[in-house]
Design a protein around this ligand. Structure first.
Ligand code: ZN
Length: 235
């Protein structure tokens, strides 16, 4: 089991990844009093098979879809970093943006994709998002001499995150019962109209999400679950 944090941050590579990875847990914790902030790393401007769609239009649509999905879960704030889809790099620029968000919003728990999945393809944005989030949490956000202008210029104190929970993992060790909020997870996912259009009807999406959550839940004796690999930090 995992303790419900006062503040959680979800670092998501593309619009819709967060809902798939941890939407049920986020909805459950918000209902119980957690404040949740999203950091959306890319604008998702490549995610279409529609030959008439442009990247500019798609980015605008997906930002609106993400805002609606976050609102459906009760997420308080979405930070849009607006990197191009497929354009995340393990760079000082990206690391600084995540460290700034962590210091500004002071999460106890941070969600991100597991960057270490080996047996299945992993989108480079997911791999890099996960890896740079881990680096940003420790040691960069903790130590004031990393990006010292955060403190000197902007008054942002260094921050110690307590725990990272990684979704999409091959080695889950933490399970959250999302039976009471799976309907919210599905509703939020359906806000990503440009993405679920190719997945069939709303009913198909619902069945797919429930089948996945049921399969995960079986491992922890819960009807519907979400699974994570956890790393705890000394605070
Ligand atoms: Zn993605």
């Amino acid at each position: 089991m995992v303790d419900r944090p006062d503040v959680a941050m979800v670092v998501t590579p593309h619009p819709d990844d967060a809902e798939i990875g941890c939407g049920g847990t986020v909805a459950k914790w918000i209902r119980e009093g957690t404040r949740v902030v999203y950091v959306l790393c890319t604008n998702g401007d490549k995610g279409t098979g529609d030959r008439d769609m442009t990247s500019e239009r798609l980015a605008a649509l997906r930002e609106e879809e993400q805002a609606q999905a976050a609102a459906a879960l009760g997420v308080e704030d979405v930070v849009y970093l607006r990197h191009p889809d497929g354009g995340l790099e393990d760079s000082a620029e990206f690391r600084e943006q995540l460290v700034r968000a962590i210091r500004a919003h002071t999460p106890d728990t941070v969600f991100c994709p597991d960057p270490l999945r080996q047996s299945f393809y992993l989108h480079r944005d997911h791999r890099i998002c996960g890896q740079v989030t881990l680096d940003a949490v420790f040691p960069f956000a903790r130590d004031h001499l990393h990006f010292p202008n955060h403190l000197r210029v902007d008054g942002l104190e260094p921050h110690k995150v307590g725990e990272i929970l990684m979704w999409g993992t091959e080695a889950p060790d933490t399970f959250v019962d999302i039976t009471d909020t799976i309907d919210l997870k599905i509703a939020a996912l359906l806000k990503h109209a440009t993405q679920v259009a190719g997945a069939g009807s709303d009913r198909d999406v619902e069945e797919f999400v429930k089948a996945n959550a049921s399969r995960i839940g079986q491992r922890a004796e819960m009807p519907y679950g979400e699974a994570f690999r956890a790393i705890q930090y000394r605070r």
